[in-house]
Ligand binder design. Structure first.
Ligand code: IPM
Ligand code: MG
Length: 366
């Protein structure tokens, strides 16, 4: 089959890791007889430098014409001035909104060979295997009004948390559909003891739960969830939550797996289900642009490579190919190859490109 992929490498280590993602996709293409075509565009700081905007219209249009998007990272100290007209992050938010990517999937899995790279006790993290579903185009990030102004009694600012029934329903459904293909346990996270949006969220989650009698769903307050993630993370299978809570909880959850450099993500424009095997999506590592190590061939490309596996799965309907990428990653880790971020004693240190090549080789030798 033939697919077109938009490449937005962005800033910092973005280009380093995206290169390896493309290398792996090319290998999958050859090995399984698919054709992947790439179109590249600019986003983030590099786009601000070139065009004065973090997401040029051409980049958004290009993405719309493709089957999926592979993104590196955006941002860096160069564009960090709080008084700047536009920030690199604005490009990412505009892209999410512009492509209607409402469902952000962030799987967190502890790989047995990396149990020593986390700051938590082995017994706590050893069985971690969860996926956080974060609402991505609503809530505080996009609610209006959102502004800062001056009054005679000092400066003021407002952000707005707003959700519609439709927005809540579709993201809750993503949670249920994913739970169906996993351990059949869904935790809906809110702050229903304080927020109206959360009360609506909880009502709707309860209503949809009746359509999925096979799934055990519980409601959890976000503060309690933050605690449980550290206390007993293996409790969770699928978590579904709103935009801001999801942002915070996923940074916390990422630490359960040892390194940010390991974790992929998918942002989808539809509800993935057994029937719906191809959803337009954007795929990116969850780590940032790490400008201090950009271009030095030391960034861990695994998060990006696992993101391409999610692309194969959710946007191209190619689960076998996705599994091949995942098992090649496991194999290379099992063999002891490590980038700097997950290096431990007795392991073999490799750079970004060597890691990508090793993983590609293992796919070829299947
Ligand atoms: C994330 C990031 C972004 C977010 C930033 C860069 C705007 O933290 O993807 O989690 O807050 O959504
Ligand atoms: Mg975040």
């Amino acid at each position: 089959m033939k697919f077109t992929i938009a490449i937005l490498a962005g800033d910092g280590v973005g280009p380093d890791v995206v290169n390896e993602g493309q290398r792996v996709l090319d290998t999958v293409g050859h090995h399984f007889d698919h054709k992947f075509e790439y179109k590249s565009g600019f986003i983030g700081g590099i786009a601000i430098d070139k065009f004065g905007t973090a997401l040029p219209d051409e980049a958004l249009e290009m993405c719309r014409k493709c089957d999926a998007v592979l993104l590196g990272a955006v941002g860096g100290p160069k564009w960090d001035n709080p008084n700047a007209k536009t920030r690199p992050e604005a490009g990412l938010l505009a892209l999410r909104k512009g492509l209607k990517l409402f469902a952000n999937l962030r799987p967190v899995k502890m790989l047995h060979m990396l149990e020593d790279s986390t700051t938590l006790k082995r017994a706590v993290v050893c069985n971690v295997d969860m996926i956080v579903v974060r609402e991505l185009t609503g809530g505080l990030y996009f609610g209006k009004p959102q502004k800062q102004w001056s009054t005679s009694r000092g400066r003021r600012a407002v952000d707005t948390m707003a959700y519609s029934e439709r927005e809540i329903e579709r993201i809750i459904r993503v949670g249920f559909e994913l739970a169906m293909s996993r351990r059949k346990k869904l935790t809906s996270v809110d702050k229903a003891n304080v927020l109206q949006t959360s009360r609506l969220w909880r009502q709707i989650a309860g209503e949809i739960a009746r359509e999925y009698p096979q799934i055990t769903m519980d409601n959890m307050l976000v503060d309690a969830c933050a605690m449980k993630l550290i206390k007993e993370p293996s409790y969770f299978d699928v978590i579904v939550t709103e935009n801001m809570f999801g942002d915070i909880l996923t940074d916390e959850a990422s630490m359960l797996a040892g390194s940010m450099g390991m974790l992929p993500s998918a942002s989808l424009a539809g509800i993935p289900s057994a029937k719906n095997q191809r959803t337009f999506g954007l795929y990116e590592p969850i780590h940032g642009s790490a400008p201090d190590i950009a271009g030095m061939n030391i960034a861990n490309p695994i998060a990006t490579i696992l993101s391409t596996a999610m692309m194969l799965h959710y946007s191209f309907g190619l689960p076998e190919e996705a599994a091949a990428v995942e098992s090649a990653v496991m194999q290379v880790l099992d063999e002891g190859h490590r980038t700097m971020d997950i290096m431990t004693e007795g392991m073999k240190h490799v750079g970004t490109d060597a890691k990508g090549k090793l993983i590609s080789e293992r796919i070829r030798k299947r």
